[in-house]
Design a protein around this ligand. Structure first.
Ligand code: GCO
Ligand code: MN
Ligand code: MN
Length: 412
């Protein structure tokens, strides 16, 4: 093939994106509780070792493009849209007003707001730092985010305390830091109760998000389970208002099984919100889009969530790769991640109603006949052949993933 001139590349990408076809319409996409963060398409590709590869994008553009693609909900960090120095000033109200206009013009709702407590220099020692001034400022920021959330009619408020930890060991007292962090969450919940009353709305659902590594060297609440222990520790004043926002990749990063982490959250009634993406075990937070690394695991995650009637948001918390252009963020990255999610969600429905999986699962639960529970060999032998169904179910899941259950075959 001849080299592709620069002015023909967008057309090539768009033509190939058309050619693979099968994409869902914006109307279909809007049927799912898929939420689009401001920061995902606005991510410019920068990191510790990476200069940006894309140019800045405004919230007006993000909201408009989400509207065209068929994302029904938008969410944001406070400082994604309001510069730190404009917070608490009339500029903030003016920006919030413009956001409301953009949302209503493009038919979107705001689902969630979150406070950035990791980027600005004020968070050098985290939001629960030793300095009472830093903590007072953090409290104001959290309360302000709750107020913005009600103003924008959000339902959720997320907290990712990635700066709750340390680089230098022994410099902080972990128990004290966690108490201070709880004070911040308690202040946000108290403020929420007041503001909700004023707005005649239900309070927000406050969802904590764990990540095992980054940006601190050691993290005080590194996993969803650690956060659940924190919620039930007695330090949280309104434990009913506080739950989890697990992120698929964050559970994978520490070597855990995301599906098991979600199951534990479901058992405790704490699965409020879910950040969806993909990546690799024991690596940094690569935030790859859903299903590009672990599609089979993703299918199984969605089977679990459908089985247990999870009805919260699926938040597209991923970073379009640095190799994707500004144009392709909206023409390739977002629509394809959404469409993989929808396909996997529908496949999960097929798994749940698949007669082979159903019969195999029922047979495993029924167990073998005639065992004497006092005789170990008799228990082993009674179930021996049935246990082969585990691997048989695994194969059937693979078949559903590749469409073999619908007749897709390969032959030499
Ligand atoms: C990450 C985190 C963040 C949070 C966000 C919401 O991957 O760095 O998941 O994206 O989800 O800060 O508070
Ligand atoms: Mn996240
Ligand atoms: Mn992440």
């Amino acid at each position: 093939m001849d080299p592709i001139p620069q002015d023909k590349q967008v057309a090539l990408v768009d033509r190939l994106a058309q050619a693979y076809g099968g994409s869902y319409s914006p109307e279909v996409r809007r049927r799912y509780f898929i939420t689009g963060p401001q920061w995902a398409p606005a991510y410019e590709g920068q990191a510790l070792f990476h200069a940006p590869t894309r140019s800045p994008v405004t919230f007006e553009t993000v909201i408009e493009e989400y509207g065209k693609i068929g994302v029904g909900y938008w969410c944001t960090h406070d400082t994604d849209v309001i510069p730190t120095n404009d917070l608490f000033t009339p500029r903030q109200d003016e920006i919030v007003g413009r956001i409301k206009q953009s949302l209503s013009k493009n038919g979107l709702k705001c689902s969630m707001v979150t406070t950035e407590t990791f980027y600005h220099a004020v968070w050098a020692a985290g939001p629960a730092a030793e300095s009472g001034d830093v903590r007072a400022y953090a409290r104001r920021r959290l309360e302000n985010t709750v107020a913005i959330g009600h103003e924008l009619e959000a339902q959720y408020c997320v907290y990712w305390p990635g700066t709750l930890g340390y680089y230098t060991q022994g410099a902080i007292d972990e128990t004290q830091t966690l108490r201070w962090f709880a004070d911040g969450i308690n202040a946000a919940c108290d403020a929420d109760i007041e503001i909700a009353k004023k707005h005649n709305r239900p309070p927000l659902k406050h969802a904590l998000e764990a990540k095992p590594f980054e940006p601190q060297a050691e993290i005080l609440l590194p996993t969803s389970d650690a956060m659940m222990a924190f919620i039930f520790s007695g330090l949280i004043k309104h434990p009913d208002m506080v739950g989890l926002n697990p992120e698929y990749l964050h559970e994978l990063m520490w070597g855990g099984a995301p599906r098991a982490a979600l199951a534990r959250a479901l058992l405790c009634g704490k699965l409020f919100h879910f950040d969806i993406n993909d990546g690799y075990r024991l690596k940094h937070d690569v935030d790859i889009a859903v299903g590009l690394v672990n599609p089979l695991d993703w299918l199984n995650v969605l089977v679990l969530l459908r089985t247990h009637n999870y009805n919260g948001p699926f938040n597209l918390d991923y970073k379009p790769p640095r190799t994707t252009s500004n144009h392709a963020v909206f023409s390739v990255s977002l629509p394809t991640t959404i469409d993989r999610f929808i396909t996997l969600w529908e496949m999960a429905g097929e798994v749940i109603s698949d007669p082979i999986i159903k019969e195999a699962t029922d047979a495993l639960k029924a167990g073998g006949a005639g065992a004497d529970p006092r005789d170990v060999s008799s228990v082993v032998n009674a179930n021996k052949e049935l246990l082969s169904l585990h691997e048989l179910i695994g194969h059937r899941l693979f078949q559903i993933l590749i469409g073999a259950n619908r007749g897709r075959t390969y032959s030499l």
